[in-house]
Design a protein around this ligand. Sequence first.
Ligand SMILES: Nc1nc2c(c(=O)[nH]1)N[C@@H](CN(C=O)c1ccc(C(=O)N[C@@H](CCC(=O)O)C(=O)O)cc1)CN2
Length: 396
Amino acid sequence: MTLIDGQLIREHVKQECQKYKSIFQASQKEVAIIRFEASENASNELRARYEAARISAEQKVAIFNAIGITPNYIVLSPNIAVEQFDGIVQSINENTQVTAAIVQYPIPAKFTSSIGLLEPQKDIDIVRRQSNNFFESCATAEGIARIVESYAQRDSNVAVVGGGGFVGNGVIKYLEVTRISCFCLEDGDDLTRTQDADIVVSVTGRRGIFTDYVLPSHRLVVDGGFTPTASGAAGDVDRSAYSIPQNITPVPGGVGPIEMAILAERLVKMDLGIELGKWNYQQLQQEQMQRAATIAPIARLLFGQQATAYPQSIRTEKENLFVLEGSNYQISFNSTTQSLTVARTNEKLTLIRLTLASNQIETARGITNEDIARWQQIQTAIDSTITQSTDRGIEL
Ligand SMILES: Nc1nc2c(c(=O)[nH]1)N[C@@H](CN(C=O)c1ccc(C(=O)N[C@@H](CCC(=O)O)C(=O)O)cc1)CN2
């Protein structure tokens, strides 16, 4: 089983968008992201959906910030008057600085007709549930279809569970355009029928309905569910079934970040009229693995040398976590898992995770050509007898 890393795709698209960041920043364009809070009498199930909307809205804020578009994040009480919400939508329509707007689902019933007021040209996530001139369906549906495309073969058959809903229907539309054969099942149907497919997409939002009983060894399972729980987010696929498919998108870390990548691509298309190159997950992963294979041995060597020659340069962050931090990168050693990770300083994203015993690269994402060049300089410094080393060793 291989976990598909949605963050790998998001980081790739973020990198592609860097070319346009200064244009976006100079234009001072904004994206409005609106979400409603749950009402006081909402059921636990509905509260969980509002919580998912909050998590997803915050991911959107982060991606738009990263590509140089200012997010205008608006959180609304469900108790505001419909006229007030209509006014907010109208002001978004009239404000030429606002290039796009997203209203997070769920939306309290009394506001649903107000969504229809949104200018179609600003509807980047098709929240009006009608195609505009740019896109056919929501970003989640496109992201799911694009990951399916990365794995589909000529004779592939895709089961879309929850295919009658808005997201599922969007996935089917995208698959039809790419001529990938698919069929639709609903929550409540006999899910073992997914065994007629080599790829399964689930967008029911019903936590854990796919168990090991249902899933044989599919080529790919795409889990489009996201239910926040006390112990973290859960998807439609039960954790007990994760090891069965050949490839699976995990929750969290799968479809969520892919959706953010699609929104960034869509923004570039809507605002600048530029279509970014089409990614293929398997190709991107291969490329990242090659880049990681260049950097990982240098990071391993450097950490070892520093730990021996300059132990004071290694910070003990936790009982089992030791960190070497430079101005560009940090290398962390986890003594429990015996693994080394490389990240950029002050960024949460792990670029590389290496298991030391097997020398196996477990994670490789977000590594740019610039990173390769920097690590080659570090290698040169290690090799050199007259290094640029200071009394703390080589600068990272
Ligand atoms: N108009 C829209 N409304 C809503 C959307 C949406 O995309 N457009 N999303 C849903 C909730 N949702 C999917 O159904 C969702 C939840 C979470 C994420 C996400 O980005 N998750 C990340 C981060 C997880 C974390 O920080 O714990 C991940 O999976 O890694 C995306 C979509 C609500 N309404």
